[in-house]
Ligand binder design. Structure first.
Ligand code: NDP
Ligand code: MG
Length: 384
């Protein structure tokens, strides 16, 4: 039984986690639940899961809701600071970080500092501050467990192997809705970009999957999680999303992890590790013909991968890339910018942001550059 702080409880990963706990209350109890704006859903979750604390990080909580939560022995709090304080003061067994975007950075580091088992779905903080996470993991008592399906797959394939045994990590990608698109990407609509072929996820990661920026971020995530150089991380498009990723070893042998396309699997493994818990999650069936295909990335979308090949080893560029991407995706969802210019925009923000380059040794330097990247990105978008 895990004591769980579920940060981002109202989102897609939050929902998958709570689904597991609904079916298996003996696997864990919710100690803390957080949401950003969705107070109504948070309140419903308080009633169902009865956490000790519920926190709304991005808005004001109403007095009525505070009173309502008291009936369930739950304290309803508001604000980012309140959550950071809780992560600091509570003894936490497991923190499942399912917030979206770089906003999860401080929560993740604080959880590790406190010695928690950090089950991390939220990839952006690892992309912009992977070195701080690894440093905190080495210094403290906490540990990082991947929840992103590709990284969970690699983590499982690597068990029992030494870093020197590994020659390549191969991330699989569904290819998103535009894998077979030829010609122009100029008129891609928000609705088309939100049509993911295999996974149902939050809107930011769904757009990232359409631009392949999700896979680009995942390459950097893999570099930090598994301490593998980026030139040993590659990507293949696997439309069926059944092989979740692969590892090639120095002797040429390969291992792959497979399973039904459902985020509950990697979430469950991050909760149960190093054990495996008996579940009734759906199984793959081999009674019918099943084709597994592997293809190269669409040449236009490959620009996302090229950005990482070019800038992935420069921490400052990764902060700027992530900030530019987050701002651009938000603007795209509001129909303020076209789909196809995201890569060009990211390049521009990386190049304009380099002047204020800092060494990025500390969290405050990362946050400062992140804010600078967002400022540059927004001002470029306003000029369009
Ligand atoms: P969603 O958009 O569905 O949910 C995001 C959650 O975070 C919500 O609870 C939201 O609260 C909260 N949130 C949003 N902004 C902030 C903020 N600034 N500060 C604190 N909390 C915030 O996202 P997903 O669940 O799809 O993704 C979460 C993370 O997991 C992302 O980093 C994504 O890349 C990663 N991931 C997701 C996968 C998936 O299948 N969805 C697969 C692999 C990785 P509210 O509802 O109140 O706005
Ligand atoms: Mg993934």
């Amino acid at each position: 039984m895990r004591n769980i702080a579920l940060l981002g409880a109202t989102g897609s990963i939050g929902e998958s986690t709570l689904n597991l706990l609904r079916q298996h209350p003996n696997w864990g109890r919710c100690q803390i639940l957080s949401a950003h704006h969705n107070q109504v859903k948070l309140l419903a979750l308080v009633k169902e899961f009865k956490p000790e604390y519920a926190i709304l990080t991005g808005g004001k909580v109403s007095l009525d809701h505070i009173e309502e939560c008291k009936k369930y022995d739950c304290q309803l709090l508001e604000g980012r600071e309140a959550l950071l304080e809780l992560l600091d003061s509570q003894v936490l067994d497991t923190v499942l970080l399912a917030v979206s975007g770089a906003a999860g950075l401080e929560y993740g580091l604080k959880s590790l500092e406190g010695g928690a088992r950090l089950a991390i779905a939220n990839k952006e903080p690892l992309v912009i501050a992977g070195h701080l996470f690894k440093d905190m993991e080495t210094r403290g008592k906490g540990c990082i467990l991947p929840v992103d399906s590709e990284h969970s797959a690699i983590f499982q394939c690597l068990i029992g192997h030494e870093p020197k045994d590994v020659s390549k990590l191969i991330l699989t990608s569904s290819g998103g809705p535009f894998h077979y698109r030829e010609g122009s990407f100029e008129d891609v609509s928000v609705e088309e970009a939100l049509q993911h072929p295999t996974w149902s996820m939050g809107s930011k990661i769904t757009i990232d999957s359409a631009t392949m920026m999700n896979k680009a971020l995942e390459m950097v995530e893999a570099k930090w999680l598994f301490d593998v150089p980026l030139d040993q991380v590659s990507v293949t498009v696997h439309r069926q999303s059944i092989v979740h990723s692969m590892v090639e070893f120095v002797d040429g042998s390969m291992m792959a992890q497979m399973g039904v396309t459902d985020m509950q699997f990697p979430i469950l493994y991050a909760l149960s590790y190093p054990e495996r818990w008996l579940s009734e999650l759906p199984r793959l069936s081999f009674e019918e013909r099943m084709n597994l295909t592997f293809e190269p990335v669409n040449p236009f979308l490959c620009q996302a991968i090229e950005l990482i090949r070019e800038y992935g080893d420069d921490p400052a560029s990764m902060v700027l890339l992530n900030a530019a991407n987050e701002v651009y995706v938000e603007a795209f969802l509001k129909r303020q910018v076209p789909f196809h210019k995201v890569y060009e925009h990211i390049r521009q923000v990386i190049s304009e942001g380099q002047s204020g380059l800092s060494s990025l040794q500390s969290l405050s330097e990362v946050l400062e550059l992140d804010a600078e990247g967002r400022k540059i990105s927004s001002s470029i978008i306003k000029q369009v």
